[in-house]
Write a protein that binds this ligand. Structure first.
Ligand code: GDP
Length: 336
């Protein structure tokens, strides 16, 4: 970290911690940048913010496209704000680049919530890799917490790619479903179902009400076969309408019950410790791969040894060991 970078990042961190929303937006833009010099700045920034983070309830919300995620989050978010909370929403969408069916980019998805001073809504652009998306989301979450948001919702599209990553950085995972289509038809993978601490059948209103209640009963029966998701917690199935607000109180109450039990028995603390250990390993692996890709000594060794291996003069194992040895890991002098 150069002195100039310190001069840039220190004040930005202080503004974020003071709750300045423009600074928070700017911080997340820096965190999301893929430029190498920005990565260094972002890492320094997150280092400064992390001491002020950790104070929120981190809620993952997922569900297939059209199930009503934005309608639900708007209603639910406003409810939380009425209780006195400050709510940040980070929308993650690694699939949009492939499918074009983005959950993002539409600033009008949650119009009332986005206008509210106690809310902060941030769509994250699609990343190149799921690991990249998860890393940036984790860092954005830390920034939101440092800025004083005490409930952070991480929203994903819910077709199976990103849920494991999101479940790996949240305290609770809520899966939104809709009536009458069955989980196969909704494109929900069994693995995603098994991650859910709460299953909420949305659209329990009007002509869809009966079908929604039936679907909830079916999910409840199916859930009987599932294990507890966390120590002290067996998943629950609830019904609600994001549109007219029915059942929103019950969802809120279930989440509060969940939080109280899992904070009380130490599960959330253990979960976060485990998530941090996992994060460290991921950063290590990705850092090593990045060094392998970019280190000139490794490139030279690969160029030389590839030929030897192709010609049968060296075994791949011996060559791989020699390449790894080329990546000796001296302490890189810390700039600044
Ligand atoms: P998302 O793609 O999951 O974010 O879904 P949206 O919130 O954009 O909603 C998709 C469609 O379902 C819209 O036409 C909404 O008006 C409708 N919708 C959302 N929530 C409800 C609900 O609780 N009841 C009914 N009947 N329709 C809903």
């Amino acid at each position: 970290m150069t002195a100039a970078a310190k001069d840039r990042i220190g004040p930005l961190a202080r503004s974020v911690i003071a709750g300045d929303r423009r600074a928070l937006a700017q911080a997340i833009t820096l965190i999301e940048s893929t430029r190498a010099d920005h990565r260094d700045d972002a890492a320094h920034l997150v280092d400064l913010l992390v001491a002020k983070a950790g104070g929120s309830f981190r809620l993952g919300i997922s569900g297939p496209p059209g199930v009503g995620k934005s309608t639900f989050i708007e209603r639910f978010g406003l409810h939380l704000i009425e209780e006195g909370h400050r709510v940040a929403v980070l929308a993650v969408d690694p699939s949009s680049r492939i499918s074009g069916g983005s959950i993002l980019g539409d600033k009008t998805r949650m119009p009332d919530l986005s206008r509210n001073d106690a809310a902060f809504i941030r769509p994250s652009p699609a990343g190149d890799t799921l690991g990249g998306v998860a890393r940036r989301t984790r860092e954005a979450l830390i920034a939101c917490e440092a800025a004083g948001f005490d409930i952070v919702i991480v929203e994903t599209v819910g077709v199976g790619q990103s849920e494991t990553a999101v479940a790996g950085l949240t305290d609770a995972f809520l899966l939104l479903l809709q009536p009458g289509s069955g989980d196969e038809l909704q494109g929900i993978k069994r693995g995603v179902m098994e991650l859910a601490d709460l299953l909420v059948v949305n659209k329990t209103d009007g002509t869809l009400r009966e079908a929604a209640l039936l679907a909830a009963a079916e999910y409840r029966a199916a859930l009987g076969l599932l294990r507890p998701t966390k120590e002290g917690w067996t998943p629950e199935v609830l019904s609600c309408s994001g549109l007219n607000g029915t059942g929103i109180e019950e969802v809120r109450a279930a989440l509060e019950r969940y939080r109280a039990i899992l904070v009380g028995n130490g599960t959330i603390a253990r979960l976060r410790a485990e998530q941090n250990r996992h994060w460290l390993k991921t950063e290590l692996t990705e850092g090593l791969i990045e060094r392998l890709r970019t280190d000139p000594r490794v490139a030279k060794a690969i160029a030389r040894l590839e030929k030897e291996v192709a010609a049968g003069r060296r075994t791949p194992l011996a060559a791989a060991e020699e390449i790894l040895a080329a990546l000796s890991l001296p302490d890189r002098p810390k700039p600044g």
